[in-house]
Design a binder for this molecule. Sequence first.
Ligand SMILES: NC(=O)c1ccc[n+]([C@@H]2O[C@H](COP(=O)([O-])OP(=O)(O)OC[C@H]3O[C@@H](n4cnc5c(N)ncnc54)[C@H](O)[C@@H]3O)[C@@H](O)[C@H]2O)c1
Length: 118
Amino acid sequence: MRYIVTGGAGFIGSNLADTLAQNHDVVIIDNLATGRRENIEHLLDHPRVNFIEGSITDLDFLMEVLPGADGILAGPPGAPVGVGSCLERGERDRNTQCTRRGERLQDAGRGCGILGLR
Ligand SMILES: NC(=O)c1ccc[n+]([C@@H]2O[C@H](COP(=O)([O-])OP(=O)(O)OC[C@H]3O[C@@H](n4cnc5c(N)ncnc54)[C@H](O)[C@@H]3O)[C@@H](O)[C@H]2O)c1
């Protein structure tokens, strides 16, 4: 199987990618807003792992990277941004922002024939 892990350079995402890479192909998507390359340094040469720097808010980017995936995994669905970083950027209504990200990711995934978003 081939899985997309959004926020994959973050704490939860990098651990998720680690585990998945034992048995699956993994594409880590992260814009490195709060995540760190060090979290995935050990995975960068992994034969089953591919890291692509980009944002899940960029629909064109999503339509490039999602096709061919069997599933998309995010921290909470489509919301790979902690409360702190949302507030720093002045995103006061965190639930609304995260829901919009989740819906965009889900729509893009469906458009590429991917039915699973966790
Ligand atoms: N760590 C915990 O114990 C914990 C517990 C409960 C809930 N959560 C929630 O789970 C989520 C992930 O937590 P974490 O600790 O892994 O946070 P984290 O900040 O370590 O990881 C979030 C990742 O998302 C990336 N990111 C941010 N915006 C992005 C975008 N537009 N496109 C692509 N990538 C983007 C960041 O660069 C980062 O790598 C957060 O929403 C957090 O609130 C975390």
